[in-house]
Structures are given as structure tokens and as C-alpha cells.
Design a protein around this ligand. Sequence first.
Ligand code: UDP
Length: 434
Amino acid sequence: MIPRRVAMLSVHTSPLHQPGTGDAGGMNVYIVELAKRLAAIDIEVEIFTRATSAALPPSVELAPGVLVRHVAAGPYEGLAKENLPAQLCAFTHGVMRTWADHRPDHYDLVHSHYWLSGHVGRLAAHRWRVPLVHTMHTMAKVKNASLADGDTPEPASRVSGETQVVESADRLIANTGKEAAELLHHYDADPRRVAVVHPGVNLDRFRPDASTAHSGVEAGRMAARARLGLPRDALIPLFVGRIQPLKAPDVLLRAVARLLEERPGLRERIVVPVVGGPSGSGLTEPEGLQKLAACLGISDVVLFHPPVSQDDLTDWYRAASVLVMPSYSESFGLVAIEAQACGTPVIAAKVGGLPVAVRDGVSGVLIQGHQPSDYARALSDFADTPTRAARMAEAAVVHARSFGWTSAAAATAEVYTAALHDCRPLKGRLAHVV
Ligand code: UDP
């Protein structure tokens, strides 16, 4: 049994927002790409998200078969994620009103993303007598176990909220086997209800430069550098993502400072682009990072760039010698796969989903811990061994190809089918609930 129509819930951030800043990141990309691919296999998706402006229309067609519904809940602007729990009732009310305008069986299944949406999902799924599938994206207990300096721990209220969602969900989708194990270990999830589905990458968008397909990935790199006005022969370690302590862009800057201390000759031929915008609070907001670059004496080589569209991001990936992700925690790390799909190897911390996203020693290098000296050494190796770097670039493209969204959507549809199958006998029992 395959659902005809899924209500997808994304309370705290809209699939229409620009990812790479604020609360918009991998989850937004995940929802957009998954919804489009589900629609392509005849599963319609309606995504409910909180309206963040009075000017937004009640609904927007994102793609054929994918509708974004804006729900008024709380003040439009300036509402921090921390204050959203107080608006969940209003949000649920908006979801229920939409449902009431349709036939009672309008939605076959609810798929909620992040714990705040999970709470709305619990109620909606009960009321509609349909299964609840939930994806955590991040988990408070996991995040709190690996905080960066300047990070605020997640509150106990989030932990208990997540625990309730895990108890209620008919299926939990984990990005990796490790995340599945964390759900079992930290949240006592029922293993029969946990399924692993790797996220994907848009392989039509993220690919080596098509105009240089015959001359290879390295020719594409030079073409992308020319388009961005970056030097041909430079070592270009790239950071892409939300500027927040957890992503540790400061570790990259310290590593570059270390590298230049040891090898001052590199200063003339290194550029370090940092693409992304501020998110949350902490020392690593752009002004903080700029100050850090100045303190480290490397302002001349760091290039801060505001977030760009995914189409524009492709050239940044292609132009880079290597993507650097020194993150403290990463439920998956979409940028790692996107960069590899464009032919760029990755140096990443050995945390969360990154050991799945990066093939250590093949498509990149994984580093234990966050010592700038370790990242400096890995960068130095990239500068010294161009043949190895070129081999990794080719292998990165091959590795990334195993992460298409089409297969992610097919695997998600299987999870939906299993949830619907299991919930059939419950339908009658739940009829009187709520
Ligand atoms: N991103 C973007 N523009 C930017 C920076 C990032 O579109 O300037 C996107 C990027 O393509 C990726 C997402 O933001 O798909 C970040 O996802 P990731 O899983 O790496 O990190 P998260 O934000 O989920 O922590």
C-alpha cells in the first residue's frame, strides 16, 4: 500500500527559504528534494510550514505535486526557534483547519521533520488515523555530547519533547546506521520502527563542469576558478554552510594560520572562501570569524561570501581544491556529498554521518578530533600531492553517485508502505481518539 498524499511538516523553517543561513540548511534541501522525487512517483506532498511574513500567500506550488502551505502561528518575524514551542498549538490549529476543508481521508500519512514538527505530527496522525513517520535531523542528546566552545546546550524540554515523538512515531527515518543506533541508545527507540535511508544529492545540479567533460575534473576546476575570478594555481580549501560553532569554521581558520606559519611561501597561493551566513549565536558568527581571521593574521587570504543559491554553489565546489568540514556534530552533512559530486574531495571530522558521506582515504580524509594542526597537516598533504588529490577528486564523483534522491525517495516510499501496513489494524482502535 503506497500513500497517495502525504502531509509533510516543517514548522520551524520553510522549504522556500535560502539554505546556508539562519535556521535554513540541509533539512530544507532534504524536504524539497525528497518531496519532488516522491511526487515523481505519484505521491503528492503538501508541506506545512510557519508563515514568516504577512505577504506570503496561503499556498505555493513548489513543483508539480508539491504544495507548500503557510500556516499563521505567532508573530511573522523575529520569532526565535527557542520560542516556537509556545506556537505549536496555533500551528496545529492551522493544519487542522486545512484538513477540515477536505475529505477526512485527504492525507494518508504524516511525515514530520525535527522534533517541533513531530509534536504537531503526533496529534494530526492520531486525529486523521494515519501513520506518523518522523525524521529527527538532529538530536539534542547527541548534540549536547559534542558541544563546541561557545555553543549553548540544548534544553531538557527538547530532550523530553524528542522522547515523546520517538515513542509516538510509527516509523523513524535515520540518515545513517549510526543515527539509528543513537535513536536506540539515547531515546530507547523500538528497533522495529527505525529505518535507515541515506539522504541524496541532486546529481543533475551537482556534477563536474559539463563543458569540460572530455578534459576531466581538473579542467573543470580551472574553468570554475576563472568564472569566480579565483587564481588558477592556488590551494583553495573551501568552507560551505551555516556559520555556527558546531560547524567549526574557526578550526579551518586556525589550521590555515598554522599552515602559513610553517610554510610562509604558501601565502601567495592560498585562498580560503567561507560561503554561508550566521546561524544561532556564538563566537563564530561572520563578524566573530572576521575578527578571528584578523587576530590570526590571515585576513588577506580569507574570502567571506554570503550564502548563494544551490545553482551558484556548484562553481564554488568545483573551484575548490578541497572542502573542509571540521564539524563537532553532523547528522549527515549534505555539503560533503554535493562537493564530491562536483569532483572535490573532502577533509572532514570523523563525526556523525561524515564517515558515510566521505570514503576515508578514497574520496577524502577523515580526521579524529578538532586539532587545527591535524587539519593543517591534511591541507599540506593536498598541496604537496596533486596526483593523489586528482585521484581523490575522480573517486569523489563516483562515491557521490551512490547518493541519488531518486533512490532516497524510493526507500522512503518503502518506509511509508511499511508504516501503512502496520497501522491498518490500529485504524479502528484510533477512531475515537481526540
Ligand atoms: N547551502 C546553500 N547555500 C549556501 C550554503 C549552503 O544552498 O550558501 C546548502 C547546501 O547546498 C546544503 C545545505 O545548505 O544542501 C547544508 O546542509 P548540510 O547537511 O551540510 O548542513 P546543515 O545545514 O543541515 O547543518
